[in-house]
Design a binder for this molecule. Sequence first.
Ligand code: ADP
Ligand code: ZN
Length: 630
Amino acid sequence: MTPTEPRAASPALQVLSDVFGYGAFRGQQAAIVEHVIDGGDALVLMPTGGGKSLCYQVPAIVRQRQGRGITVVVSPLIALMHDQVGALEEVGVHAAFLNSTLDLAAAQAVEREVIAGRLTMLYVAPERLMTPRLQGMLASLNERGQLGLFAIDEAHCVSQWGHDFREDYLQLSVLHEQFPDVPRIALTATADDHTRADIVERLKLEDARLFISSFDRPNIRYTLVEKDKPRDQLLRFIRDEHEGEAGIVYCGSRKKVEETAAWLVSQDVSALPYHAGLDADVRRRHQDRFLREDGLVMVATIAFGMGIDKPDVRFVAHLDLPKNIEGYYQETGRAGRDGAPADAWMAYGLADVVNQRRMIDESPAAEEFKRVQRGKLDALLALAETHDCRRVRLLSYFGEDSQRCGNCDNCLNPPQVWDATEAARKLLSCIYRFQQHGQQRFGARSFGAGQLIDVLRGKVTDKVTQYGHDTLSTFGIGADLDESQWRAVLRQLVALGLVVAEGEFNTLAMTDEARAVLKGEVTLMLKTPSEVTPGRRGRITRSGKAAGPKAAPIALDAEAQARYEALRAWRSEVAREHNLPAYIVFNDATLAEMAHRLPASLSALADIGGVGAKKLDAYGSEILRVLGTR
Ligand code: ADP
Ligand code: ZN
């Protein structure tokens, strides 16, 4: 029997390997790419870091090679276009962008390239795409059969439901009307049904094939800790786990962003602030530094992050509760796009729960809208309070079934739970006494968490005696628990909607739902608060992860580690010369593999993931020199 010939690689696979230097498609990429190359429309839902870019870049290259012309990529992220185009040029794909940052001469130069048919990909902002000038250009390309594909990135921007809505995206339905024969691929990392329906309707993608990927990000470890001096917790988390690594710290307000960044800097952490209140210039500079320099921590509001495709963000920390699980998942998804271990860490506490509930209650929105918001907040709080696998919860929120993950705080350190039914009843009856007592003696006057816990624990303070709270029947009935345990009970009762904090003084009150607990009709199992600060407790040190700032994504021995660092230094120089972020030259995983496998020839080097033909040609011999194998 003659050995069977290996099947000729498809054009798509060939492009993946020659141009990008990767050996295989991930997940649904192969199916998507084939469908689009064949001229089908596609709607792609894939988590951040899932590999959306290749889904349109590979078809763009293949279609251009087949003589079908240029791919137009629509993106709202003007600030990132320069680097996206730079990354393509690095792998030898001729691309350009048109947006408001170009002066007239530069824009005209790009237009000439487009008309001459020399470009494979053109990135444009939606408002630019709709100008009569560009529409005219596209029409003339189309007449010549040289309009190959439209890729609509961040497609959720057409939906008014998310916080990224862009008016200009609504115009994009014109593409289908003007160019019905040009295939379109729309991509987003936003998964909910509502947004998806909006995209289909507004972009007229009724006939598009839907590709939904798993939203799991297995390399991200989820940890949610109880707030206890959150700044110190954050600093310890950074020092213990991520010294010298790039990360994002999300805060709820501009003021807190500024304060936290300044404080981190005072603690010798390289941190920068980012929020919508900063000068556009400052914002651009900070974003640029974050992308280009190693190991910076960006302290930001949610204004920061969309489209940030820096692959080596090693952690995303939340110092305030996000609005909902969609937001949390999108923000944490910015960690670990390179597939190497990364952390999603959040500290949350009673005040977060109270504030979020109140913001919804007091917003001027319609009751129906508030109801939806409350439901979303409840789901987030359930995630925060769960004793089970965080990932199972997260994925089930997005409609996916899964097994315990082994890579979240609850899987790694299963929390002790205790029956808190009795404690909850004590706490609720104490609130009840407060309400009665307050009404009799002080009119509307009532009291917050501190007073409540003092009374439960039987602590005689000035404020307790002043208001006669030491005479209440509930005074001292909770001496068996300490303050932090009581706070945990209270927080969870608020999270469950059994207790609300109202008015200027956060006055505590019971809701109707609390009655069942008060009567002992339901059991309440709560997590045992940890004595040790949770961020530090029982962490598993990643195997092979060297201490110090230059940890590699894979385990390296001392000699390989030295080579890795030499390669990084070489990469920094190249990146500076080309005015591009270092990871666009080669990402950390690629450098680590080079350091580990120590290729002795160009062909051995070409086998390493991320080394395509153009980069091999441009950098191959330099790399062998740095490695000392030439
Ligand atoms: P997304 O846009 O979905 O957030 P990207 O397109 O930025 O994700 O891809 C995330 C990372 O994964 C990038 O560093 C990319 O080079 C890498 N990647 C994507 N697909 C593959 C693949 N098939 N093989 C190897 N690496 C890949
Ligand atoms: Zn888990």
